[in-house]
Design a protein around this ligand. Structure first.
Ligand SMILES: N[C@@H](CCC(=O)N[C@@H](CS)C(=O)NCC(=O)O)C(=O)O
Length: 348
């Protein structure tokens, strides 16, 4: 008897599972974040308070940068308009609370994916959009050529960052004593460094490039030391509990990477849309299989993102690449088939 009941309930359960699977494969549910974004008509994007190359407002309050472009692509994909983003500047300390409380829909702010953040802050990282590492910036006149020469030096760092902890770990492991000078605000931290309060400044190398090339009076007076003391995989994060929104944030990032892999650019998107017979390109542009439907979006979601800001490589070049103010080499952030580690799962 028990046997029969359990077989019956098993079959019943199987039926329900199959039905919901069917429902899922037709179209994705619009999650609550996507619903509220559609209602507000804009995406609330949490960015840094002003790191050159990543997110910086001009005198009119127009934001630009790598993280800003990502949010614009997201707005183009979701709301058909890259300008429908409101940027919330957040310092290192404020960023996670702002995401947890719902003040921002997505955090796109040179934020490192770590186990602790992933497992204990009620958030989820969607993708890695920039592989970075922590380094040191020092004035050339000190003639320091290695971090190992920083014994007893004062080192400026911002609180609430991975950098603060890595700094302590690194010098403890090296058995070198340094004095850490911690600041809550970014501007206060780098102004202190540039005025000579510290002999070194430490953060992600991308942040150091922003400081040196944008904030220093004379960039040539400063040098980045050769030691890279950590892994800083940076990428957008969302609140936990909304898988549909997580999927959109993830696939816009991966879609822009795959667009570069396919050779699809801001400039050729329209022409390719009209003529390309390549199924990979057709999927990316929405002229082939409809990938948008599965994300709760329309078929041209990624086409609009590419039109708005270009593919991953174009975003990199414009904001942080060798010809930008930051002058950063593409390095490990090249595509996997060009010697880098950037690898997007297929948009299909
Ligand atoms: N990737 C590191 C560091 C990120 C970080 O907050 N860096 C500082 C120094 S470049 C920053 O962006 N400050 C800007 C701000 O607080 O607005 C992390 O996630 O903790």
């Amino acid at each position: 008897m028990r046997h029969t009941v359990s077989r019956l309930s098993l079959r019943l359960f199987g039926g329900i599972a199959a039905a919901s699977l069917l429902a899922f494969s037709a179209t994705a549910q619009a999650g609550k974040t996507l619903d509220s974004i559609r209602q507000k008509g804009s995406i609330q994007c949490g960015v840094s308070t002003g790191v050159a190359g990543f997110s910086l407002p001009d005198s009119q309050g127009n934001w630009s940068g790598f993280d800003v472009d990502y949010c614009r692509a997201l707005a183009a994909a979701v709301l058909n308009d890259p300008s429908k983003v409101t940027f919330t500047p957040l310092n290192s300390q404020q960023r996670f609370a702002a995401l947890q409380s719902g003040e921002v829909d997505v955090l796109a702010r040179n934020t490192t994916w770590t186990l602790t953040r992933d497992a204990s802050l009620g958030l989820q990282f969607a993708a890695i959009t920039y592989f970075d590492g922590q380094g040191f910036l020092v004035p050339k006149k000190l003639k320091i050529t290695s971090a190992k020469q920083l014994k007893n030096a004062e080192i400026c760092v911002q609180s609430g960052t991975t950098n603060e902890k890595n700094l302590a770990d690194y010098f403890r492991a090296q058995n070198i004593k340094v004095r850490t000078v911690v600041f809550e605000g970014f501007e206060a931290s780098f102004k202190a460094f540039f005025s000579g309060r510290c002999q070194a400044y430490t953060t992600d190398v991308s942040g150091l490039a922003g400081l040196r090339n944008k904030e220093a009076k004379n960039p040539d007076d400063y040098v980045v030391l050769p030691e890279i003391i950590s892994k800083e995989p940076l990428g957008p994060a969302v609140r936990r509990g909304d898988d549909e929104w997580l999927a959109i944030v993830k696939w816009v990032a991966y879609g822009l990477i795959e667009a570069e892999e396919a050779g699809l650019t801001q400039a050729n998107a329209d022409a390719w849309k009209a003529t390309s017979k390549d199924p990979v390109v057709q999927r990316l542009l929405g002229t082939g299989e409809d990938s948008g439907k599965l994300l709760g979006l329309d078929r041209e979601w990624l086409y609009r993102g590419i039109k708005a800001v270009g593919n991953y490589g174009e975003i990199f070049e414009r904001n942080v690449g060798p010809n930008s103010v930051l002058k950063l080499p593409r390095g490990v952030n090249r595509l996997w088939n060009q010697g880098g580690i950037l690898y997007a799962p297929p948009v299909r």
